[in-house]
Design a protein around this ligand. Structure first.
Ligand code: SF4
Ligand code: SF4
Length: 364
């Protein structure tokens, strides 16, 4: 099937507006019955990273999720929603994330089921939540920056199909960004969601993917029948060239990216200007030989701002390397244990963990 990406201009989070534009775009460009021929049970997989309100642009906006869910319900599918947030995944904690992100409210209003990460299973060596086996996935990502992968779009959103504790474990097994990206591509090949959507009405720029990032209006929703093709087009639209996006770069090397993508855009310009990337993305400008030679001098480390830290312990619980302790009510990071995965920064709701560049990286 030819890979196709549609970029829609959408400036507001209004359920009815998004529903109408997305429905028209889907009907004109894809057949849902062809994309999901055997499934009647559909799972919407948004990005619900941490328990914060949608206005912070860290999570997929509920108006996008509800619009997609209603389109599918109209076509006779039964619709459920699930994600594995960056919290320890007890039902209570995930339920709190669903409430805070506005997902519980839309589930109640439109009759979608909410699922919880009760059990997992192993598929080709990757531990996945049970629902990724029993349901067909519609992938609904958020457009954000990410300190490890520069951007997090449709492919990275699939990482949430892995349960919370296993996500940390994989970070510990693959601490180098290039190896972590290989895991993401393996996950993409394994799950290949037939339809992916990216919420970029308001995106997160700067030090994403969580509270250190900054919401910025980018006024688009993009959709496509291949998550990697969609990421390639949206990455370019956000002004990140293919060679500067490590995930796309690695996918091109692996022969996974199709050059022949049909793009239909409601925008006249091909790229937006001024979308700011994380400090760590400066590493993407260095040639590989220099990175290898000087990798010890070119690092981004987490740094706790003790004035802001409230000692909640979320970073300690998520840390895959047991590098965080709480001392005198504040988080402390042991440098010798830290594998620089930045999960602690991601999970902190109080914006108390910053990314600190080494001296040489600052110079660069
Ligand atoms: S750094 Fe953030 S997550 Fe860690 S204890 Fe402090 S407030 Fe909690
Ligand atoms: S301290 Fe933070 S960056 Fe270091 S290993 Fe733990 S979670 Fe990862």
């Amino acid at each position: 099937m030819k890979k196709k990406v549609i970029l829609l201009k959408i400036e507001e989070y209004q359920h009815q507006l998004i529903y109408s534009k997305l429905k028209k775009a889907i009907q004109e460009n894809f057949s849902l019955k062809e994309l999901y021929p055997t499934a009647d049970k559909i799972l919407l997989k948004p990005n619900l990273l941490i328990p914060v309100p949608a206005k912070e642009a860290i999570t997929t906006h509920p108006a996008v999720i509800s619009a997609v869910g209603c389109i599918l319900k109209d076509m006779g599918f039964s619709v459920s929603i699930a994600d594995n947030p960056s919290v320890f995944n007890t039902q209570n904690k995930v339920s709190y994330v669903y409430q805070q992100t506005g997902v519980s409210a839309i589930a109640g209003e439109y009759g979608f089921n909410l699922l919880y990460p009760e059990k997992s299973y192993i598929r080709e060596g990757i531990p996945l939540s049970w629902w990724s086996k029993d349901f067909a996935i519609v992938n609904i990502a958020k457009a954000k920056t990410h300190s490890l992968t520069t951007l997090t779009l449709a492919v990275k959103n699939l990482y949430g199909c892995i349960s919370g504790a296993h996500k940390s474990y994989l970070h510990r097994c693959y601490p180098r960004p290039q190896d972590f990206i290989k895991v993401l591509l393996q996950l993409y090949c394994l799950l290949k969601p037939p339809l992916s959507i990216i919420d970029g009405v308001v995106s997160l720029q700067g030090e994403g993917p969580a509270s250190n990032g900054e919401p910025v209006k980018t006024n688009f929703i993009a959709l496509g029948n291949d998550a990697l093709a969609l990421d390639k087009v949206v990455s370019n639209y956000l002004g990140v060239a293919q060679s500067r996006n490590p995930l796309i770069n690695k996918a091109v090397e692996a022969g996974l990216v199709d050059e022949d993508i049909e793009v239909i855009s409601e925008f006249r310009r091909q790229q937006i200007k001024g979308f700011s990337l994380p400090k760590s993305s400066s590493l993407n400008y260095l040639p590989n030989f220099l990175l290898r030679l000087a990798s010890n001098c070119l690092k981004i480390r987490p740094a706790v701002n003790k004035k802001i830290c409230v000692g909640c312990g979320d970073c300690q619980r998520i840390c895959p390397a047991a590098a965080v302790t709480i001392e005198n009510g504040k988080a402390c990071i042991k440098r010798s244990k830290c594998i620089l995965c930045m999960c602690c920064s991601e999970v902190c709701r109080f914006n108390a963990i910053d990314s600190k560049r080494s001296f040489f990286l600052k110079l660069i």
